[in-house]
Design a binder for this molecule. Structure first.
Ligand SMILES: C[S@@+](CC[C@H](N)C(=O)[O-])C[C@H]1O[C@@H](n2cnc3c(N)ncnc32)[C@H](O)[C@@H]1O
Length: 307
């Protein structure tokens, strides 16, 4: 696939679904679903930074075989375009799955193994305690979100929304390793990787700002901010490999979008020769086109509980 003419963030989020599905840590996921289903026939879940709704789909799939009868989601994202995409994607997905979907104040899904409702909110997770007043939830889910934020502040903002014994499910948090293979030029590859990590907000200023490249490991020491025990953690590395000269699903687009992030962050960087960087991007894009590029990102999934 040659470089696309335009980039779309919702398309990137849709393209990453199959990459996440391979990456998510099965042990952490199984514990999350088992503990969640033991909380009763009605489960209420708050998902923040939900993107285009991938995690709602995964949780519904996970709970359809459990003893749970009803699931109510409150789905929050900062970007209206993502929330609209989530609404459409979930409507279509649930309909294909055999649910009768009704778009009212909440989107409701009936006639399937679970009764599901999804309330969509375009908003900032830091404002939710005011917006949701006294509401509380059985689980707070944040996938690939906290690496963009100041982790202790985000967890402290969300903590009042979790019921006693409620679960934090925090998967796909970047933890400091990016690799593109095969090499283009080893020294340049290493410099670009280092500068890309350094461009992530918060490096060297972890108390004051977002966790940046070390979000995954920051979550391992977040116990004071979640207010209860860390139950488990495990790796959820993205590994995107060509198969038979191409990539599954829309993963060629996913790789182009990753290079687009790198280009956005590092264009004009004083430590990078402009034409060497342009050639590097061109070589990496050609590797996608030729079905040769391999991409790895190390990430962690974390499960914790409120007291
Ligand atoms: C990397 S995406 C992950 C989306 C989705 N969880 C997934 O894994 O596919 C991060 C998402 O967090 C949202 N986000 C970032 N800051 C936020 C905030 N302060 N409040 C709510 N959502 C936020 C972004 O709009 C984006 O959709």
């Amino acid at each position: 696939m040659p470089e696309p003419e335009t980039y779309s963030y919702p398309r990137y989020l849709n393209a990453k679904k199959s990459v996440d599905a391979r990456a998510l840590n099965r042990r952490i996921w199984t514990q999350f679903v088992d503990r969640l289903s033991s909380r009763g026939p009605l489960i209420e879940i708050l998902e923040v930074g939900g993107g285009v709704g991938a995690t709602v789909q995964r949780i519904v799939e996970g709970l359809e075989d459990a003893s749970v009868k009803q699931v109510h989601f409150t789905f929050v994202d900062l970007e209206a375009a993502n929330v609209e995409a989530a609404q459409d994607t979930l409507r279509q997905w649930a309909t294909r799955r055999g649910y009768a979907v009704d778009d009212g104040e909440r989107q409701t899904w009936a006639g399937g193994p679970l009764d599901v409702s999804v309330r969509f909110i375009t908003g900032d997770l830091f404002d939710l305690t005011d917006e949701l007043e006294d509401e509380t939830f059985d689980a707070v889910v944040a996938q690939a979100v906290l690496d963009l934020l100041h982790i202790p502040a985000a967890l402290r903002a969300l903590r009042p929304l979790l019921r006693p014994g409620g679960l934090w499910y925090l998967p796909i948090h970047f933890d400091g390793v990016t690799a593109f293979e095969p090499p283009v030029e080893a020294a340049l590859d290493a410099r670009i990787e280092r500068l890309y990590h350094e461009s992530m907000p918060g490096v060297g200023d972890e108390e004051a700002g977002p966790a940046g490249m070390h979000a995954g490991r920051r979550l391992l020491t977040c116990r004071p901010d979640v207010g209860g025990p860390l139950l488990d953690a495990g790796s959820s590395d993205w590994v995107v490999l060509p198969r038979g000269g191409g990539y599954p699903g829309d993963e060629a687009y996913f790789l182009h979008h990753i290079l687009h992030f790198v280009e956005d962050e590092l264009s004009g960087h004083p430590e990078l020769d402009r034409s060497a960087f342009t050639d590097w991007l061109q070589a990496r894009r050609q590797q996608i086109d030729d079905g040769e590029l391999i991409y790895i990102a190390h990430q962690l999934d974390v499960l914790a509980r409120s007291p």
